[in-house]
Design a binder for this molecule. Sequence first.
Ligand code: PXG
Length: 454
Amino acid sequence: MNDLTASVAQALDAAHHLHPFTDFHELNEQGTRVITRAEHIYIEDIHGQRFLDGMSGLWCCNLGYSRHEIVDAVTKQLNTLPFYNNFFQCTHPPAIELAAQIADMSPPHLNNVFFTNSGSEGNDTVVRMVRRYWDLKDQPSKRMIISRENAYHGSTIAGASLGGMSGVHKQFETLPYVTHIAQPYWFGDNNGMEPEEFGRVAAQALETRIQELGPDNVAAFIAEPVQGAGGVIIPPESYWPEIRSILERYDILLVMDEVICGFGRTGEMFANIHYGMKPDLVTFAKAVTNGYQPLGGVLVGDRVAEVLKSRGGEFGHGFTYSGHPAACAAGLATLKILREENIVQNVKAVTGPYLAKRWAELKDHPLVGESRTLGLFGAIELVKNKATRERFSPSGYAGMVCRQASLDNGLVMRATGDTMIIAPPLIISCDEIDILVERAKAALDDAYKTLTAT
Ligand code: PXG
């Protein structure tokens, strides 16, 4: 395949390959970018052009692209036991060990793991577990799940219903027992409030919705600790503590979707630790295998696990590849590197603070209305007028221009509307953060020229 010329590859792709979250017609007019190889924190396309990957693949290759330990572990597993299932009273060493290790590295009340192949399937599993829990507790009226606008929880019917992307909801019938409240997006929605006050007000929307629905009808609240795909929305520090006390007051389960945040992105192994939360269920995926194998799952807190285990009856849910041995082997090798190389501690003590310092410089650029980071998450808000925060029109145009300028400067930086986001591999060094920030600055300069030329 690597021997194909770019034009043949693009023509074949256009003829046969339907891409995720893509306007097929538009893509085929523009042509695709064919990525052929990757190394460390760089990807390379079919023309040999190299890009610093500021998005870790798709928020997953946190250890970069050259971890041969993971490849070797997968190869060894495929040569030993390439597949067996975990149904019918069977299990196998990689699934046993990975479940135990994930439980061991998570907060003390999270001791059980249900494996899936993806974050979407993880959130489907959450929906099933939440319902089963309240049924077994003889509180079957607790059925509603509260989520948030602009959340991303995946693309299965349950995942996309839980997600709060209005454009997506228009394309199918969402689950009737999911409802959404506003997101804690201070830059976009603050109405003149300071972050602390805004965070509390945003959290109180949860209490209002619980009261509208009646607490006896509410099963769970699901949220990403930091919204990733929605635009790296880092809530004010007041938000999560307020959410915690509301949920405790009304006896409602907390599901934290850590598909992006988990395994070190925020500088803690899980973001619920950073925010001092005690979730009942935690969805994970992506970085658990460094993206080298598809694997996701749900970490189940003792409160839920004890009910599911002790009250009996089959939990009628699971996938052929739940706990696939090769994927679990990739997970074990990934966690070993995280531990042995102190990756997460380094994000917290060294690279996270360094990114915070360098990324804050972008705030001085005439296009930037806000810059923010947490751990190795970063975002900037593109504006036409810094003082009034007026955006360029049409909405999303400035983001597209800046995204292209970024690629032209050798950096993969994502645009979510007019918010530019990065989530570089956790192994990035301070010198490499300098390169990333210099390329982001060059992209902003180029975008500024384009946006102000007319
Ligand atoms: N939850 C969260 C928080 C996610 O970010 C999923 C669930 C679903 O995981 P799977 O493995 O089923 O894709 C995700 C996935 C983007 C983008 O544009 C983000 C994701 C997927 C695709 C695109 O940032 N996140």
